[in-house]
Write a protein that binds this ligand. Structure first.
Ligand code: MOS
Length: 691
């Protein structure tokens, strides 16, 4: 009997809804009343340097214990590789919202009052914050996230475009998008001598522990990072953020445990966001709609503090056949916070542009948009020639079209009207790489017939804790109730982050191997003192054969557009996916629907509005940065095919965290075009863009 695949409820569901689950800011370290709170002070200029600090009034606030600025903050042992972590190390200001101080007090309220009283004078320098395609500082980064080539080229793109029967040459843009996890970033830190303990809201404790050990110059084994419960991250908690360095710094200075919490507003500057993109897509097809030319050129931004280059055009390298190809990425380093990972970095904005361009090509060729994609499906990766471990994009398109009720649609844009609503449907393909990273795990058998399994996974709200319990139970041929699972503690063997949709594959692989080894060791019975087995998947992962591993999907949307106001409603969103084996039908469905909802939000609502004079986004809270709310989200559903892929990992799953957002914005945009005849290429599609 297998429990993997069962739609199990989250094992921590009751703890979460009842408030028993403790998050990083709620963790108690030290004696009652000992803990202090830090409030971050942010730069009010976009570039320049701190000229003078007057902390007298801040220190005079009742309850304030310490004020840290670049003048007196302890020097870090090493300049962190991530420049965003070099907090309070110099008077230089590289962007508006950068950390310039921390006020530490006995209560959060006193810390906030102290922060308001802190006087900081700046020497302002000019700033440059707007991304543009003709920016003089554009350059080609050495590689794009995490290690893909910046540019690729095959054949003769320009020649093939000149000779093509049908050409689309269009520029699309996506705005800065902001990770808004339900739980803002927070850290609680305490020192005992040279040993540091931290509760951090992070997607991976191993990486945070390593960053802290390096920054504070202590032995890695003296740093322990825990993350029992994490309220989302979407990539923004993928590495140590300034809040955890500040908490550790303040705890060292005061000799007391310190919690540093970020507000929603602070998040917009301090934890990363999705870069805005400018994307030129050129497609050339022959008379039958077969792609001959595929070009995708991207311009995006980074900061002056740290280079992050999103792999926006990467999915275009794998998606459709065609002999003449080119992709490129250009970057400009602006006076802005550093963009980072946000759910499906690269695939999400890149597939928006490619799949919107495919819709334009369907219009140009007169082919149905599903048919056009079927014609350009490919059994091998078009750039490397390597086979896919499995693909099934064709099946996703056909099954999805059937379930959605796609066929029989009048292809003419703006042709269907119901009362004051224009109605249309759209489709887009989706893809996301199926990755696994090296990981270690430990499994123990106890004489009473129960087991303990340890793997340094983090459950950021996805259900990882539940799913790993199912995986361990199957591997141990027992039931989840007999397995005690330990996760989210850097004292466990090192493990990768909850990111890249690779958590379950990476951690689950190590868990399976440790459990198998344990069962071999206790085949003749569990010794009185118990038994233990450890695994390390590095060699096995390196020995994997050279398949291209990707999940695929097809997203279908119906859009209704109010003729008078331009308001867009999306009554139906449907996704059919090929994801290998699904570990828990309930949490998987929830991940896919969540991703699709975020894609809907990207299509219609989300985007930072830049105020060039201030050098900052004008909307940096949830009142003015609109995330889709319940009223915006109607019928969203996701299903998956029964797909067996034996070239992935022992579990056979492809990862589900990110693919739901990919392609969804294009499906919605394509449906809006079909409804209205208006092609909005610059997201989001707000009412004013349609009138
Ligand atoms: Mo995800 S953006 O890989 O955490």
């Amino acid at each position: 009997m297998s429990v993997v695949g069962e739609p199990r409820e989250r094992v921590d569901a009751r703890d979460k809804v009842s408030g028993r689950a403790r998050y990083a800011a709620e963790q108690r370290l030290g004696a009652p009343g000992e803990r202090l709170h830090g409030w971050i002070v942010q730069s009010t200029v976009a570039r320049g340097r701190v000229r003078a600090v007057d902390a007298a009034a801040a220190r005079a606030v009742d309850g304030v214990v310490a004020v840290l600025t670049h003048e007196d903050a302890p020097r870090l042992a090493q300049q962190p590789a991530d420049g965003e972590l070099a907090v309070l190390q110099s008077p230089e200001v590289a962007y508006r919202g950068q950390v310039v101080g921390l006020v530490v007090a006995v209560t959060l309220e006193a810390a906030r009052e102290g922060a308001r009283a802190l006087r900081i004078a700046y020497e302002e320098a000019g700033h440059d914050v707007r991304l543009r395609g003709d920016h003089p500082g554009l350059y080609a980064p050495e590689q794009v996230n995490p290690a893909f080539p910046t540019d690729t080229a095959q054949g003769d793109l320009d020649g093939a475009l000149a000779a093509a029967a049908h050409v689309v040459d269009a520029t699309y843009s996506t705005p800065a998008l902001f990770n808004n996890p339900l739980e803002p970033h927070a850290s609680t830190a305490a020192w005992e001598g040279d040993a540091l303990t931290v509760h951090d809201s992070t997607q991976g404790t191993s990486g945070v522990a390593a960053s802290l050990a390096e920054a504070f110059g202590v032995a890695p084994e003296h740093v322990r990072v825990l993350a029992a419960h994490v309220g989302g991250g979407f990539g923004s908690k993928g590495s140590a953020r300034p809040n955890v360095v500040l908490a550790a710094m303040a705890a060292r200075v005061t000799g007391r445990p310190v919690t540093v919490t970020t507000t929603r507003e602070m998040q917009f500057a301090l934890v990363g966001y999705r870069t805005p993109t400018l994307q030129r897509v050129r497609l050339g097809a022959d008379g039958e709609g077969r792609l001959q030319a595929v070009g995708h050129d991207v311009v995006e931004q980074t900061s002056t503090v740290f280079e992050f280059a999103e792999q926006t055009a990467e999915p275009t390298r794998h998606q459709y056949a065609g002999p003449h190809r080119r992709t490129s990425h250009r970057l400009s380093a602006l006076d802005v916070p550093t963009p980072r990972w946000m759910r499906a970095p690269g695939e999400c904005p890149g597939m928006y542009a490619l799949e919107a361009a495919m819709d334009e090509l369907a219009g140009a060729t007169g082919l149905d948009p599903v048919e056009l994609r079927l014609r350009n499906d490919t059994p091998v990766d078009p750039e490397s020639g390597r086979p896919f471990s499995s693909r099934h994009l064709r099946e996703c398109l056909l099954v999805g079209a059937q379930r959605f009720g796609w066929w029989g649609r009048d292809p003419r844009p703006g042709a269907r009207r119901e009362g004051r609503w224009l109605v249309g449907t759209g489709v887009a393909a989706s893809t996301y790489p199926a990755m696994a990273q090296k990981c270690r795990a430990v499994a123990r058998a106890r004489p009473d017939g129960t087991y303990e399994v340890g793997v340094n996974a983090t459950d950021i709200g996805t259900g990882a804790r539940t799913v790993l319990g199912q995986i361990a139970a199957d591997a141990l041929r027992t039931v989840p109730e007999r397995v005690v699972l330990r996760i989210a503690d850097s004292d466990l063997p090192p493990a990768p982050v909850a990111g890249g949709s690779a958590g379950t594959a990476s951690w689950g692989w190590a868990v399976v191997r440790a459990c198998e080894q344990l069962l071999r060791e206790v085949a003749d019975g569990v010794p009185a003192g118990g038994a233990e087995a450890r695994s390390d998947t590095q060699d096995e992962i390196e020995a994997q054969l050279g398949f291209v591993r990707q999940g695929f999907g097809a997203v279908f949307a119906e859009a209704r557009v109010d003729l008078d106001s331009g308001e867009v409603r999306v009554p139906r969103l449907h996704g059919t996916y090929a994801l290998g084996r699904v570990m828990n039908a309930r949490t998987a469905h929830s991940q896919l629907v969540g991703g699709m909802t975020m894609g809907l939000s990207m299509a219609l609502h989300e985007g930072g509005h830049l105020d060039e004079a201030f050098g900052d986004w004008a909307n940096h809270d949830l009142a003015e940065y609109h995330v889709a709310s319940h009223a915006d989200v109607l019928d969203v559903d996701a299903v998956w095919l029964e797909e067996v892929d034996e070239h992935l990992n022992p579990l056979g799953g492809k990862g589900i965290g990110e693919i739901g957002i990919v392609g969804t914005a294009a499906a919605v945009a394509n449906a809006v075009h079909h409804a209205t005849g208006v092609r909005v290429r610059d997201l989001p599609i707000t009412p004013d863009t349609l009138l």
